[in-house]
Design a protein around this ligand. Structure first.
Ligand SMILES: *Cc1c(COP(=O)(O)O)cnc(C)c1O
Length: 407
């Protein structure tokens, strides 16, 4: 199957670039978006073809993806991630039955939704003949890149700030990345990679500095539409760092409308950040087009600890066009609701995912979201990668005190 890509386009100026050759950002330094011949797709494919597809996970959306040759698809057994109602927590929050739903991305390879973006980036790198990929990361991107690159036979270098959680550093290394700790912030790791492109000939897959990670993240939106029988929820709460997910989903909805595959109202897109790192929320509140650098970023939700996002204006556009908003929650609120959901609903969310539920609760309380609006919250990774409260209760086998077990 050939791809339906027509060209690449600067997301800021509209300037066009050819597909089929290696591209990074536009001449103005802004992200490039992949454009498709949607008219041709709509002639050759129907949404029923997608529904009847037997491809695994996000590869079922191949007509809307840039990979040209099937042999370049790098796959690790992707799945369609489930929609799970938060029955008890939803009720406690005051949502009507069936309205508070988690899309659980933790089931993807490497335990996070980063698999979508990096699966696509690695497949495209393979197609374009790139042999060595490099990424700055303080979390899940490094391991997803490592796993897909190893699978596809590409070399990977991962640079992590030296305060990156141990588990993320180690999982990248054991899945084949040459992994290094840097005495600096994520942006400084990114600079080393940019500076090295000439002497080392690696290709940087930093967020939004190549065009294809967004196409992978876009599949969250396509998948959600298909799961809801070509409908969409009223509101989406998304933990926003670099913003590829929110930008990608908004792009997906636009393409689905243009294809005529959906005709429902589009969801309000809500960007959720932590009060310890909320550049997008600040820019939104101040009505700005771009966000300013957030000093001394600090939050337990490491996936959204992103002080500066290249696609800031695209995130803000998606929020504005959708009638949504941006909102920050504290780490205390995040931990409290993460605990509650584990105890009551049996789901171990990552802090980023829990933050979206905390934001949802605050919005129900303040009336920004109604109890009868269908809300989908993204749990972007498995909670197993993060610290959990210790267990201290002990039982002495020689001298069991059964009152210990009484609830
Ligand atoms: C990367 C990451 C995010 C932020 O994703 P973006 O789409 O880049 O905004 C959120 N949660 C987790 C767990 C992540 O790893």
């Amino acid at each position: 199957m050939a791809s339906f890509v027509s060209h690449l386009e600067c997301s800021f100026t509209g300037e066009r670039f050819p597909s089929g050759t290696i591209q990074t950002v536009s001449n103005s330094g802004k992200p490039l978006l992949v454009k498709y011949d949607l008219e041709r797709i709509s002639k050759e494919y129907s949404r029923e073809d997608i529904t009847n597809s037997e491809e695994a996970g996000f590869w079922r959306y191949s007509p809307l993806l840039p990979v040209e040759l099937e042999r370049n698809r790098v796959s690790l057994g992707e799945v369609v991630t489930p929609l799970i109602e938060l029955e008890k927590t939803g009720k406690m929050i005051g949502a009507n039955p069936g309205m508070a739903i988690i899309k659980d991305e933790s089931r993807l390879p490497t335990g996070s939704f980063k698999a979508r973006g990096l699966g696509l980036a690695v497949s495209m790198a393979k197609e374009l003949g790139i042999e060595h990929l490099a990424i700055p990361t303080n979390g899940n991107a490094g391991s997803a890149l490592a796993a897909y690159a190893s699978r596809g036979g590409l070399t990977t270098t991962v640079l992590c700030p030296d305060n990156t959680p141990e588990i993320n550093v180690r999982e990248a290394r054991i899945q084949g990345a040459k992994t290094h700790l840097v005495n600096g912030l994520i942006g400084e790791c990114g600079k080393i990679i940019a500076d090295g492109t000439e002497s080392i000939e690696w290709f940087a897959v930093s967020t939004l500095r190549e065009p294809y990670r967004i196409e992978g993240k876009k599949t969250m939106g396509l998948e959600l539409a298909e799961q809801l029988k070509w409908n969409l929820p009223d509101v989406i709460f998304y933990p926003t760092g670099g913003g590829t997910g929110i930008i990608g989903m908004w792009k997906a909805f636009g393409e689905l409308v243009e294809l005529g595959w959906i005709d429902c109202r589009l969801p309000k897109m809500v960007a959720v950040q932590s009060t310890g790192c909320a550049p997008i929320v600040r820019a939104w509140d101040e009505g700005k087009e771009f966000a300013e650098f957030w000093d001394n970023a600090e939050t337990i939700s490491s996936g959204i600890r992103v002080p500066s996002a290249l696609g800031d204006f695209l995130i803000l556009n998606a929020i504005r066009e959708s009638g949504g908003f941006a909102i920050a929650v504290t780490d205390e609120e995040t931990l409290e609701i993460q605990n509650q959901i584990g105890m009551e609903d049996g789901l171990l969310l990552c802090p980023e995912g829990a933050a979206t539920v905390a934001a949802y609760r605050n919005c129900i309380n303040s009336g920004m979201v109604d109890a009868d609006e269908k809300a989908v919250m993204f749990n972007t990774a498995t909670g197993l990668k993060y610290p959990m409260p210790p267990v201290s209760s002990r039982v002495d086998k020689e001298n069991v005190d059964f009152s210990t077990f009484q609830s």
